[in-house]
Design a protein around this ligand. Structure first.
Ligand code: ADP
Ligand code: ASP
Ligand code: MG
Length: 438
C-alpha cells in the first residue's frame, strides 16, 4: 500500500478537496491518505489560542465565528446531497461549539494543543464525508489512536507500528483510509502535535510503520527545488535525492519537508516521492537510497540562528574542555547545529534560545562568551565527499563578497554549511545558485 500526504494548499478549497478525492481514487489501488488542515486554518487556530492566552475571549470568539462562517460556506460548495450537507453541518457546529468552550476555561498549553488539532480533524472529516457521498469505500482512522510521542517528545515508533497495523487489521477491505497529519497523543495520553508542518512527519512515520511501497508528499510545487523558490529566482526541481541529502535539506530549512520527516523513511528504506497536486503529471522528486556521484543537488537556509562563541586560553592543550562546554548545552536540552573549533576557542550555533541566558551564565565559567543573533545557516547539499576535489571550493568561491562567520565541512559527505548574517541570506542563496547551478 502507498501512503499519500496532501498539504494545506492541496485541500485548501472545496474544489481542491474534490480534486484530491479524484486523484486518490483514479487508479483503484488501496491507499492510506494523510491530510493537513485547510491552508490558513492552523494559523487561525494559533491566533485564537493567542487571544485566549492573553485573556481576551472576545478576540477568540470573533475569530472562531469568522472561521465557522467560512467552513459552513464550504459545505454548500462541497456536497451535492442534503444528507451529507446536513451531516457535515452538524459535525462543524459541534466542532465550533467545542472551540467556543475554551473561551470560558483556564487556558494552558494543553488546551492550546487541543485547539490546534481541530484543523486536521475538520479537514479529514470533510473529505471522508465527500468520498462517502461519492460512493467511495472509505474510512476515517483517528491519528490520535495511532501516533504517540514519548517522554522526550520524540515519536514512539514501536507504539505507532503496533497501533497503525492494528487499526488497519481491524478495518480490512477499504479502498481509502484517511487520517489526520500533524496531530498525536503524548506520553501522558494528552492531545499533542508533531510541530508545524508535521503532517509530512505523520506520513513518513506511518509509511515506515506499515512498510509502505512508497510515501508520497503532495504539495503545491513540482518537487524539491535546487534553492528556496520563495527567495531565489529561477530555481529548478531536483529529480532525485539520496535519503541523507533530503534529510539535510529538510533539517536546514527546505520548507517542502518537515525537518525530521525523512529519518523514519530512511530507516525503513521506503522511498519518498514529492509531487505537485496542482500538476499531478509533473515528475516531482524521488528520494531513495541511491547516491548520485559528482553532483551538487541543492541549497537551503535555516533562519533564526544564534551563534555562541567561547574564547579561552584554558582550552589550549587542555583535554576535557569541549566536554564541559557540551554538557552545559545538554543540561539545558539545547541542540547544537554547527560547530567550529580553534586552539583557543569554539563557536557553536543553536536555534532554540529559550535557555540562552542560563547557558551564557554557565559558559562564562570557562571563557569569554559572545552571542551573535539573527544569523542564518546556508547549507549546500550533494556529493561533497572529500575525494571530490574542488566542490567545496566552488561553493566557497560563490561567497567571495559575503562575510561568512563559520564554515562547516567534513561532518558528513553530503553537506557544507555556512553561517552568515540573516541580512545576507538572499544574496548568499542567489550567489550559490548562480555559481553552482547556472
Ligand atoms: P504543504 O502545505 O503542502 O505542506 P509547504 O508550504 O509546507 O506545503 O511546503 C511547500 C512550499 O515549500 C513550497 O510552496 C515552497 O514555497 C517552499 N519551499 C521552500 N524551499 C523549497 C525547496 N527547496 N523546494 C521546493 N519548495 C520549497
Ligand atoms: N496544519 C499543520 C500546520 O499548518 C500541519 C501541516 O500542515 O503539516 O503546521
Ligand atoms: Mg508543509
Amino acid at each position: 500500500m502507498k501512503v499519500l500526504k496532501f498539504g494545506g494548499t492541496s485541500v485548501g478549497t472545496p474544489q481542491r478537496m474534490k480534486d484530491v478525492s479524484a486523484l486518490i481514487t483514479s487508479d483503484g489501488q488501496p491507499k492510506l491518505v494523510v491530510l493537513s488542515a485547510m491552508s490558513g486554518t492552523t494559523n487561525t487556530l494559533v491566533e485564537i489560542s493567542d487571544y485566549l492566552y492573553k485573556k481576551n475571549p472576545e478576540g477568540a470568539y470573533s475569530l472562531i465565528g469568522q472561521l465557522e462562517q467560512k467552513y459552513l460556506a464550504h459545505v454548500t460548495e462541497l456536497y451535492q446531497t442534503d444528507e451529507w450537507r446536513e451531516r457535515t453541518t452538524i459535525f462543524l457546529k459541534e466542532e465550533f461549539n467545542y472551540l467556543r468552550s475554551f473561551t470560558k476555561s483556564l487556558f494552558t498549553s494543553f488546551e492550546e494543543k487541543a485547539i490546534l488539532a481541530q484543523g486536521e480533524i475538520i479537514s479529514t472529516n470533510m473529505v471522508t464525508n465527500y468520498l462517502l457521498e461519492q460512493g467511495v469505500n472509505a474510512i476515517l482512522l483517528s491519528a490520535l489512536d495511532m501516533i504517540r510521542t514519548d517522554k522526550n517528545a520524540e515519536p514512539d515508533f514501536n507504539y505507532i507500528r503496533e497501533r497503525t497495523t492494528a487499526q488497519l487489521e481491524a478495518n480490512p477491505g477499504y479502498d481509502i483510509y484517511i487520517t489526520q497529519g500533524f496531530i498525536c497523543r503524548n506520553a501522558y495520553g494528552e492531545i499533542d502535535n508533531l510541530l508545524r508542518g508535521g503532517s509530512d512527519y505523520t506520513a513518513c512515520l506511518i509509511g515506515a510503520a506499515i512498510h509502505a511501497d512508497e510515501i508520497q508528499i503532495w504539495t503545491d510545487i513540482d518537487g524539491m527545488h535546487n534553492n528556496d523558490p520563495r527567495v531565489v529566482e529561477h530555481t529548478e526541481p531536483v529529480r532525485q535525492l539520496y535519503f541523507e541529502e533530503a534529510a539535510e535539506l529538510a533539517y536546514f530549512g527546505a520548507k517542502i519537508l518537515h525537518p525530521t520527516c525523512i529519518q523514519p523513511a530512511k530507516f525503513a528504506g521506503v522511498p519518498v516521492r514529492l509531487l505537485n497536486t496542482m500538476d499531478p503529471h509533473a515528475p516531482g522528486t524521488i528520494i531513495n537510497n541511491e547516491m548520485q556521484r559528482g553532483t551538487i543537488k541543492a541549497v537551503a537556509a535555516k533562519d533564526n540562528i544564534t551563534c555562541i562563541g567561547i574564547q579561552s586560553s584554558r582550552m589550549l592543550l587542555a583535554h576535557g574542555f569541549l566536554r564541559k562546554v557540551f554538557e552545559i548545552f545538554e543540561t539545558y536540552k539545547t541542540s547544537i547545529d554547527m560547530i567550529c573549533t580553534s586552539e583557543v576557542g569554539v563557536s557553536v550555533t543553536i536555534d532554540n534560545t529559550s535557555n540562552l541566558q542560563a547557558i551564557k551564565d554557565e559558559l562564562k565559567k570557562y571563557g569569554t562568551v559572545t552571542i551573535e543573533e539573527q544569523m542564518c545557516i546556508v547549507c549546500v547539499v550533494g556529493d561533497l565527499a572529500t575525494q571530490n576535489v574542488g566542490f567545496e571550493t566552488r561553493a566557497c568561491n560563490a561567497l567571495q563578497e559575503i562575510p561568512v562567520r563559520m564554515i562547516s565541512y567534513g561532518g558528513s559527505n553530503h553537506n557544507i554549511s555556512f553561517l552568515v548574517n540573516a541580512s545576507d541570506k538572499k544574496r548568499t542563496l542567489q550567489a550559490l545558485s548562480n555559481t553552482l547551478f547556472d
